[in-house]
Design a protein around this ligand. Sequence first.
Ligand code: BGC
Length: 762
Amino acid sequence: MNRIHQLFLIVVFALSAIASSVFAQSRGKPDLTDEQWKFVDDLIAKMTLEEKAGQMVQLTLETVTAQISDADNKHALDPQKVHDVIVEHKVGSILNAANVAMTSDEWANVIETLQDTALNDTRLGIPLLYGIDSVHGTNYITGATLFPHNLTLAATWNPELARQAGHVTAVESRAVGMNWNFSPVCDIARMPTWSRVFETFGEDPELASRMVEANVEGMQGADLTSPDTIAATAKHFLGYSVPHTGRDRTPAYISKPELYDTFVPPFDAAFDAGARTIMINSGEINGVPVHADSRILRDLLRDELDYAGIAVTDWADVDKLFNYHHVAHDLREATELAVNAGIDMAMTPMSPEFADHVVALVKEGKIAESRIDESVRRILALKVEMGLFEDAVPSQAARDRIGSDEFAEVSLEAAREGIVLLRNTEDVLPLKENSTILVTGPAANDLVPLHGSWTYSWQGTDPALYPESPTIVDALTERFGTTNVVYHEGSTWGELRDIDNVVRIAEMADAVVLCLGEFPATEIPGDISDLRISQPQIDLANALAETETPVILVMVTNRARIITDLEAGMNAILWAGHPGPLGPQALAEILAGDINPSARLPFTYPRQPNALLMYDHKFTETNTPRDANAGYDPLFPFGAGQGYSTFTYSDIDIELPEFDRSGLKGPMMVTTTITNTSDRAGSEVVQLYVTDQVASVTPRVKRLAAFDKVEIAPGESMTVTLEVPAKAFTMIDRDGKRIFEPGTFTIQVANHSSAVTLRPKD
Ligand code: BGC
C-alpha cells in the first residue's frame, strides 16, 4: 500500500471514529426530516452562547410564581418573574408543580402563558419543554386518572396494562401542555429498605424491562406531535436503587458484571422503545457521583448503549457535586465536571446561575463550545419533533378527555390484576355473600396509603388535596352491605386504639379484614431503620389472631415490610402495595370472589431483616454451596401468588435453534401445556427461569428469562410457547462484556425442569 493510500485510510478511520462517537448514536434520537435537522442546525448557528446555556437550564415552576394564599399553598404566575426567567435568563425548560396539584384549566393557563412568553417575547422564539412527574398517572392534575404505583403494576405481570397506563398518562398530561414526563423508573429494586421500591417495577431485570418497554411505547406512541403522546424519561441512570446503607442517595458499590447484568437491561429496553430522555442517578457508584462520571455518561451511555436522547440531571444534582458529594469546591467547578461528563440539561432547579457558569467556562476554554452545541442540538431536536414550535398548548377538547370513565377502567383493571393473594388457608376466601366483616387497621379508612407518594403533592400525604373516593371500608360496605360491615380503627401506625373493643367486635364477625402497612413517603423522607412493620400493628394482628374469627391481612405499603411476628395467625394474606384510587373496589371484588386474583410478587418478600437475599442470588450467598436454597428462606418468593383456580403443568418441550461459538442464533422455544383443574376461569402467569450451571463469573441460582400471562377456562388445557431470547444463555464477563460460554443450562417452568447442553462441535 502506498503512503498516500495509507494516509487516506488513517483519515477515514479517524473521521469515522469521531462520527461514531458524535453522530452514530441512534437510540432515542428524534425522528426528524433533513429539513427539520437543518432548521435545528440553523437555529444553533444563530444562537448566542448565553441562549445556548439557557436551553440547558431547567427551573422549577415556583421560580415564576408567587404564593397567593397562605391557607392552601396555592401559587399563581408572577409576570415579572416569568419575564425574568424566560426572556432575561433564556431558560429552556420548566418543571414540576408549585407544591401542589392544580386543575386542568389552571395548568393549561399557566403553561400557555409560559409558552406564549417563550415563543413571542424571546429573540428566537424557542418553546419550552415542560417536565412533570406523572409517575402513577397524571398525579399533579386534580380530577385526572391515577393508577397503582409501578410496583403494583409490575405485580400484574401484564405489560399491556403498563402500555395503557402510559398512554392515558400521556393523553392527560399533554392535554394541559406538559410535554415531558419523568417516568418510567427503570431502577431495579435490589435494596428492600430503600424508600423508592414502590416506584420501581420490582427486583427482576426481565420483568422490569418488559414493563418499562411497554410503558414507554404507551407514552410516546408513534408520532410525538400527537396530543396523545409525551416524551418519556428512563430514570435514574443508573444503579440508584441499591444504596449500601439502604437509605436514599447514599453510595452504591456495584461490580461490572452486576451493573451490566442487573441495572443496564431496563434502560436498554427503554432505549429500544425509543425513550427520548434519561435522568441521571443522584447517587454515587464505587466512589464517583454519577453526575460527574464520564465513564457512565459517555462511554457507557453514548458509546456502548448508543443512546442519543437528552440526559437531564436529577433535582439540584450539579449543586450536589459540591454541597453533598464533596467532589467540587463550588458551583463553577461542579458545572465543569457535570457538563464535561456529559449532562445535557441541569434541573438546577431554583436558580439559572448554572447558565452563567457554562458561559464563563466556555470562555475560559474549560468546556468546549462543541460540547454545549451537542446538548443544545438534542434539546432543540426534541422540541421540533414534538411540534412545539407550532403548537405548544392543546385545546379545551383535549382537556375534556381528562378523568374519563374509559381511563378509570384501565386503573381498575391494573388494581384487579395487581393485588397479590399470597395465602388462602382452607379457602377462607372468597368470603361468602352476607358475611359480617370487621374492617380494621390504619390503612382501612385512609386514602393516603392507597395512593402513596407523588399524589397531588411530592410526598402525597395531605388528604385535604385528595378528591373524594372510597376507602377500603367504603368499598367493602358497598359490596357486602351496610349492615354487614363494621369499621374500627384498631391502631394508628404508632398506637393501639381501644383493643379490647376491637377484639370483642372481631369475635362476633364472620371475618376480619385487617389493613396494615406504612405511612407513605419517598426519597430521603422515606428512609427507615427497621424493615419490620410497627409494633402496634403487630399487637393488633396478634390480638385478632387469638379470636376464632379468620383474619385476612391486606398489606398497603411502599415496600415489603416484614410481618414475621404476626403472619402465623393470618388465615389469608394479600399484598396491595399502593393500588390507587380504585384499589378498594378491586380488593372488595377479590375478597367477594367477583374477581379471580392473578397477580404475582415482583419482589422477594423477606422473612427476616438480616436475610434480604433476592431470588436470583449466587449459589454461595446461602453459605451452603451444595444446596442452593438452604439459607434462602423468604416469607414469599419472587413470582409467588395464587388465585381461586388451580393449574397443573405438563412436561416442557424445548426447540433448540442453531448455535455456534458465538451463542444461539435465535430464540429457544419452550412449550408446555397448562390445565385449569378448577371450576372457574382463571389467569396463570407462566414463568420460565434459566440457570447457567457453570460459568467463569459465578452464576446465579436462576434468572427469569421469559413469562406470559394466560387466561384458561375451567377444565380446559392450553399449550403455551415461550420465546426465550438467545441473550438468556449469555453472561457478563469480568470486564462487563456479554459473552456466550458453552455449557449446560437448566430450564425451569413451574415444577418441571430440563437441562440443555450448548456445546458447539467444532
Ligand atoms: C426525584 C426524581 C424526580 C425529580 C423531579 C427528584 O427528587 O429523584 O425522580 O423526577 O425530583 O421532581
